[in-house]
Write a protein that binds this ligand. Structure first.
Ligand code: 6CS
Ligand code: FE
Length: 299
């Protein structure tokens, strides 16, 4: 495996005009070794096979309280509500996500460099890493809406020009994830296949896709087949749990009609050997608060 990627070669074509195919992923999920960081050999093997890892007690209850206070402070700040990096719910108008939080909150900037995150991200990706995307997500009780099935890498490749799936996401739960309050569902092992999606990317797709993704989603046949072969798992657990998941895993979430809200901190690490180029399947790159182009390694 060479570290150099020729960005002119599109190894994962998508947003096609005609029905596509399933591409076997040729790139590894885990690029590092047990001696490179906190995950032991068994944990790395499981991550390579399933495409995700759940770590309970990733942060302490005191830290959960501190970050929750920070999220509430941000959500209540009129400047944040009006900020172009804030996405609101399509129907209720409530704050749904705030992007590029490391630039808005010193506390979250520090978290992105915390060895608990950084050492794991570097180990999984086998190199220095930088932040591709960060956000805090709020899913209110009763009215929270989910996301249809998708692979993040499909979007990051097509719309952001990420060459290969050498990125990993860390989602830290600040509330308990029950099986019934809109928690993330994943198909274990789905990260090994790249599902080509049909439909050209419209201009300014991100203006709507972050509320409801309609482009870059697999067909119902694809989902039926994958779910039949692989099954569906869910990220459940107490506040303070972390989910590490591969950029190409098939995932989605349902609406939250329970009274129990859900919020999390979401950080995407990309390898410095996989920096963004021109989009592979979109008319123009997305804004940098969604797809960061400052590739300075985190220290
Ligand atoms: O657009 C993004 O970067 C993320 N959001 C959505 C709705 N899909 C792809 C990815 O998870
Ligand atoms: Fe996603």
């Amino acid at each position: 495996m060479t570290a150099t990627i020729d960005p002119t070669t599109d190894l994962y074509p998508t947003r096609l005009s005609q029905p596509g195919a399933v591409i076997d992923r040729e790139h590894p999920t885990v690029w590092g070794s047990p001696e490179d960081g906190p995950f032991d050999a068994a944990a790395l093997k499981a991550h390579e096979e399933r495409g995700f890892t759940i770590l309970e007690d990733f942060i302490t209850p005191d830290e959960v309280e501190g970050y929750t206070a920070e999220l509430n402070r941000l959500a209540a700040d009129p400047a944040v509500r009006d900020d172009h990096r804030t996405v609101t719910e399509k129907v209720s108008g409530e704050v749904r996500s705030v992007f590029e939080v490391q630039k808005i909150s010193e506390k979250l900037d520090a978290l992105s460099r915390d060895p608990r995150l950084l050492d794991r991200a570097r180990q999984l990706l086998g190199s220095d890493v930088y932040l591709h995307q960060t956000r805090i997500n709020f899913m209110p009780g009763f009215k929270g809406t989910g996301f249809y099935w998708h692979s993040d890498f499909e979007t990051w490749h097509a719309e952001d020009g990420m060459p290969i799936p050498r990125a990993v996401s860390c989602s830290i739960a600040l509330t308990r994830n029950y099986p019934f309050n809109g928690g993330l569902m994943v198909m274990p092992g789905s990260h090994r296949s790249f599902i080509q999606c049909v439909g050209e990317t419209p201009e300014n797709n991100h203006a709507s896709s972050l509320k409801e993704q309609k482009i870059g989603v697999p067909t119902e046949d694809d989902i039926t087949r994958m779910a039949g072969q692989l099954g569906v798992d869910q990220f459940t657990g107490p506040a303070g749990s972390a989910l590490w998941f591969d950029s190409n895993i098939m995932h989605g979430s349902g609406n939250n009609i329970t009274p129990f809200p859900r919020s999390n901190i979401f950080m995407v690490f990309n390898s410095v050997e996989n920096t963004l180029t021109e989009p592979y399947g979109a008319p123009a790159p997305r804004p940098e608060h969604i797809a960061n182009r400052d590739f300075t390694p985190l220290r």
